[in-house]
Design a protein around this ligand. Sequence first.
Ligand code: 9D3
Length: 370
Amino acid sequence: MSEQRESGRPAGMDFYVLTLFPDMIRQALEVSILGRASRKGLIRVQTVNIRDFSEDRHMRVDDYPYGGGAGMVMEAEPVCRAIESVEQRSQKRRRVIYLTPQGRVLNQTIVEELAKEEELVLLCGHYEGIDERVLEEKVTDYISIGDYVLTGGELGALVLIDAVSRFVPGVLSNEESAQFESLQDNLLEYPHYTRPEVWRGKAVPEVLLSGDHRKIEAWRHEKSLERTGERRPDLLEKSFRTVGCWYGGERARSPAEELTRWVSRYGSLMDYDRRKLQKQCRVMEKQELLLLAVDLEAEWPKEGNPFRNLRGRETPLALLTLRGSRDSREKLGRFLTEQGFRLLLSRDLTEQQKAGGMDLLALEIRKKIL
Ligand code: 9D3
């Protein structure tokens, strides 16, 4: 728990919430999982009351809108000073997120991206909104939590903190770990069952009692797909069947497997060292995702390119290579593009490992795929 970052700062995450209603933020974060995480010091939430920066003896922070119209507008100066009071606490560049119905709608990919930060500044508006000029100066991200109207940004900030905190190491227990959740696959979860085995005449699906883990995993995947099709067809269109594939022995195999596990709970694997697979024609679909790891210095079969019979239909592809020149990587990338793949990214694995682990790479792929 006393794990430190290289910077010497404690691990975890700092949130600064700028609001006219700090109690609303604090009280919500005292309880349950986030309360526990706060007490452990894994997440630190500091509220800044924008009213403390009012320039007015009545502590007013809002005024009538220029040009007329309904409601009040929060003044630029108190908001700006509140943000600057946070900026003063260290020189670091921080994202300043304004919660607004006009923002990008929050989703799990955005949440994971934000979880990479060490600190986030969350600005909550009230009334009609905030004077545009301070937003232009200070805000880096505009985020909405959905297409419905709230009375202010506080619930938005709480939703964001809740979702992001789940990715902070230690906030969830091992069993609850946020890493391998089905929403990463853009699929809803499979149905869950617990004892008794028969409840009011309704039995638990047979397969779950079989003890056959492969069969159970296949059943859960099928149920996830079925359920997403019924309840969230919009999500199903954004979901991809991930296929991890390698050529060139163990060196290529283990990164392919690792990345596949990071990208998808239900990923499958193909071993292109097997001559039989090379000979078979396989056309991958648009809704599949190919993660391909190739050792460029592994010997090629005498028939030529081992992937000559692998085709895509605009199938997204992430290409990871080991050894070999940049030139040979680009050549393979072009070859696969001609075979019908849509090259999302191509990386040298040694370079990638220097830049960041498979988790970062997986997130990058997820962001590029749509
Ligand atoms: C009633 C005023 N609206 C004109 C049609 C504009 C408006 C201003 C301020 C609507 C809502 C709000 C307050 N909402 C938020 O601050 C907010 C919010 C939201 O309303 N929906 C979804 N996400 C968010 S994040 C912050």
